[in-house]
Write a protein that binds this ligand. Sequence first.
Ligand code: UDP
Ligand code: MG
Length: 319
Amino acid sequence: MNSPEISVALPVFNEAENLDELNERLAHVLASTGRTWEIVYVDDGSGDASFEKMAAFARKDPRVRALRFSRNFGHQMALTAGVDAARGRIVAVMDADLQDPPELLGEMLKKVDAGYEVVYAQRTKREGEGAFKLWTAHVFYRLLKRWTNVDIPVDVGDFRLMGPRAVAAFRRLRERHRFIRGMTAWVGFRQVGVPYVRPARTRGETKFPLRKMLRFALDGLTSFSHVPLQLATWLGFLVSAFAFLYILVVLTLWILRINVPGWTTLMVFVLLLGGVQLMVIGVLGEYLGRVYDEVKGRPLYVVAEEVGGEGPGEDTAKV
Ligand code: UDP
Ligand code: MG
């Protein structure tokens, strides 16, 4: 099979009920662009009929491919596998729950044609999300912008289109704790956003409970910022400054001989310093754990099965 012009890579985790509509809408949109295309589904260890569905699409249409992971490796890994396996010159990545509307691809493609290397979909509004998620996401994206030296756009998920040079650069980033929306910003080139209203999930439920969201946010922060690591330095200065002032107070009291038994003060300081020290050690631990994960050098994911696409492509990186 010759390389298609566009590949669309989609991570799938228990989305069986969304796949029929998704595949149909995607195929329709791609056909309307008048270019050659392929769809690459990556099943991230689903427990439902997701893989059977995508494998059936793949058997029916040679332009559809289905990969199955050996277990659940997570959204970011499934996305990575999709980009690795893609044979198209231009690669689009999007969620499989229809929250990233396929119909936006046409407009995004025009930006790639206009010379942009990375075109991301920017949420102007998010429907069907709780106030808590909206607020935490708002704060998180702005904090990230302040604390990192990479220009990561705000309110942008992983829905994007990459041109050939961005794809090649992205494939070379093999870090284990992946924050893809940051990594695609890191590769540089000309980047642009296309605004859209993010619809609510119509079927199934989110696969990102609060615990996973927090892990992911922490990966984003630690992958792109050393500010938390430098926290110890600043806290050190701050606490030292207070300590110095307090020494003056203690000395004055000593000179004036109105020395009081200072148990309360002592306890407050011991507890405060203990807390600060543990917190800073915790920050070190977060980074150290990530260093350990990198040093192990394991592959990012394991593919168990692949259906469709008429044999392996020429230059697909596997790990
Ligand atoms: N997903 C995945 N592996 C996971 C969790 C999610 O491949 O461990 C997929 C999921 O099927 C969907 C996309 O990642 O296509 C985004 O997940 P979800 O819609 O649950 O996230 P949300 O939109 O709620 O942030
Ligand atoms: Mg979703």
